[in-house]
Design a binder for this molecule. Structure first.
Ligand SMILES: [Zn+2]
Length: 202
């Protein structure tokens, strides 16, 4: 799987869309959460638009329009985007680890779902659920929040897991439900190499 072309400064890791659901990929914009290797991919803030484009949340014309977004407004709305990500993480990370999210986290989550629903409408010609053109940075979050709601309400919980290496979370769509790693090329191969090393030592 190809890494996304995000700015990473001096960080040596890469970011890949391995979640299988856009809300899981959004939570995964923090690599190695809670460890010394933790890295926030939404810094610099321009990464958010690149991420949203590649994750399919916005299309290229919307991406191009948002390039002209005033920087001070972008900075302000990014603070809210990071808060939204934190709320989704407080729900989705426990969910992926077989634990219950706290009632407070679910309460915040419900507030987000309620607000996101205002951007949803039935398209007059296709009669399909559609999302209003975001127009602002904060509105990009609406379909991500909605997807998080679908993940917790409609996906078999046993199929939402977290990588035992890096803690990234993903939807396991494999037939035999055997997916263990974020990506076989990353944590999967690290684990294989480690087991090989230990076998040789003993
Ligand atoms: Zn991993």
């Amino acid at each position: 799987m190809e890494p996304l072309p995000l700015s990473r400064g001096s960080y040596e890791g890469t970011y890949k869309l391995i979640g299988g659901q856009v809300s899981l990929d959004f939570v995964n914009t923090i690599s190695w959460p809670g460890t010394v290797k933790e890295h926030d991919w939404l810094t610099p803030i321009g990464n958010f638009l690149v991420w949203a484009l590649h994750a399919g949340v916005i299309d290229k014309p919307q991406f191009d329009d948002l390039q002209a977004y005033p920087n001070d407004k972008f900075q302000g709305e990014m603070k809210q985007i990071l808060e939204i990500r934190a709320t989704l993480a407080h729900v989705l990370r426990p969910f992926a680890s077989g634990k219950d999210p706290s009632p407070g986290a679910v309460h915040h989550f419900n507030e987000l779902v309620h607000k996101a629903s205002f951007s949803r409408y039935i398209h007059p010609s296709t009669l399909k659920w559609s999302w209003a053109d975001p127009g602002t940075i904060i509105n990009i979050a609406s379909p991500i929040i909605w997807n998080a709601a679908l993940v917790v309400t409609e996906i078999d919980r046993a199929r939402v897991n977290s990588c035992p290496g890096c803690q990234w979370i993903f939807h396991d769509t494999s037939r035999n439900r055997r997916r263990r790693w974020c990506d076989m090329e990353d944590c999967g191969s690290r684990d294989k190499a480690l087991r090989y090393y230990h076998r040789k030592k003993s």
